[in-house]
Ligand binder design. Structure first.
Ligand code: KG4
Ligand code: ZN
Length: 337
């Protein structure tokens, strides 16, 4: 079967609705983005200071069919040309996930196209395959997003070993909380990134060191909140710069350890927080120090999007993985499951 499939291009439609972005994309052979339509709900959730799950689900329902039509139009293909429909099964908000999963099942049923389930975190990793056409496993991957902080040994396109993860907050969550406390609003990551450029990293914050490859961000976050509370006139730019330095040190320490243990020659960074300019600069420096290569997705493929889901879906599809109409959303789906 694989032999036949390789004779022609494989077009995967990806569907993503795990949080506050409704996105549908068409990707060729797991590497080439033909379209990637993203409808962000950020403006709607902004006034509540964070994502409201019920509103997110309703917004997905309102736009998903329109987004699908736009994705086909921009890719200049019809549903007939699509080889399989890949959808985010989890992790994420259950109501939000269900919109994408139900829609994908309906589409698969009426078009008689195969359905493929995708783990959102594996999708983030695949964002790098779309940006770097020459990138192939094995590599060490650091996934840093609003909901996840994972260090993963990517052994092949379909074989993942979790090496470490956060014991408390996800790094993006800590960025968003710090931003809210210092008065920058939601979503905070990009705002902390920008303000930190005007400051000095001159405040010492507590970094927890573990013997294994796990992370912890809540101690750093709480220290920032307490400092800001005790001294409301504290220089916010310095506070943001110091926060970034501390969380980045935690990231680079573990990645340095993992690269040495696994004798890896590639580091791949993924997820929304991989847009951060200070984190990118720090990993560029680490790669030079270790004389290895570092990869990041292009900015639009760092945050949630369906092209990365189609990319991961392609590798599941050619691996023979198929879902059926019993497919359900799994809000706490683990990578590799
Ligand atoms: O990957 P993503 O879109 O969603 C999840 O799967 O969680 O990541 C969103 C997160 C948010 O916490 C946002 O604040 C953060 O990525 N983020 C950033 C930057 N851009 C987005 N964090 C730090 N610096 C940035 N430039
Ligand atoms: Zn994500």
């Amino acid at each position: 079967m694989l032999g036949d499939l390789k004779l022609k291009d494989i077009l995967i439609m990806g569907i993503e609705s795990s949080c506050d972005e409704t996105s549908i994309a068409v990707v060729k052979n797991g590497r080439e983005v033909l379209s990637n339509i993203i409808n962000s709900q950020i403006k709607i959730h902004e006034e509540y200071g964070g994502v409201v799950p019920e509103i997110a689900s309703r917004c997905h329902t309102e736009v998903i069919n329109l987004i699908m039509k736009q994705a086909l139009k921009e890719a200049k293909v019809s549903l007939d040309n699509i080889d399989a429909i890949a959808v985010t099964q989890g992790p994420g908000l259950v109501g939000a996930l269900l919109v994408g999963v139900s829609y994908a099942k309906g589409l698969s049923y009426v078009t008689n196209k195969p359905l493929v389930a995708v783990n959102h975190i594996e999708g983030h990793i695949a964002g790098n395959y779309l940006t770097h056409k020459d990138l192939e496993p094995p590599f060490i991957c650091l996934i840093i997003s609003g909901g996840h902080t994972h260090l993963v040994n990517v052994k092949s396109y379909n074989d993942f070993e979790i090496l470490g993860k956060t014991k408390d907050d996800a790094i993006g969550e800590a960025f968003d909380k710090v931003a809210r406390v210092v008065g920058l609003g939601y979503p905070g990551g990009p705002k902390v990134d920008n303000l930190a450029k005007e400051g000095e990293s001159n405040i010492n914050l507590p970094i927890t060191h573990f013997d294994n490859l796990d992370f912890s961000f809540s101690g750093i976050k709480t220290a920032v909140i307490n400092l800001n509370h005790k001294n409301p006139n504290i220089n916010k730019a310095d506070l943001c710069a110091s926060f970034q330095t501390a969380v980045t040190e935690m990231l680079t320490n573990n990645v340095r350890k993992a690269v040495k243990i696994y004798n890896s020659n590639k580091i791949v960074i993924a997820g929304g927080v991989s847009r951060n300019s200070f984190i990118r600069k720090s990993f560029d420096d680490l790669a030079k120090e270790l004389k290895i290569k570092v990869y990041y997705p292009e900015p639009i493929l760092c945050t949630d999007n369906a092209a990365m889901i189609a990319g991961a879906g392609y590798y599941n599809f050619i691996n023979g993985e198929r879902a059926d109409l019993k497919l359900n959303a799994i809000p706490n789906l683990k990578i590799g499951e």
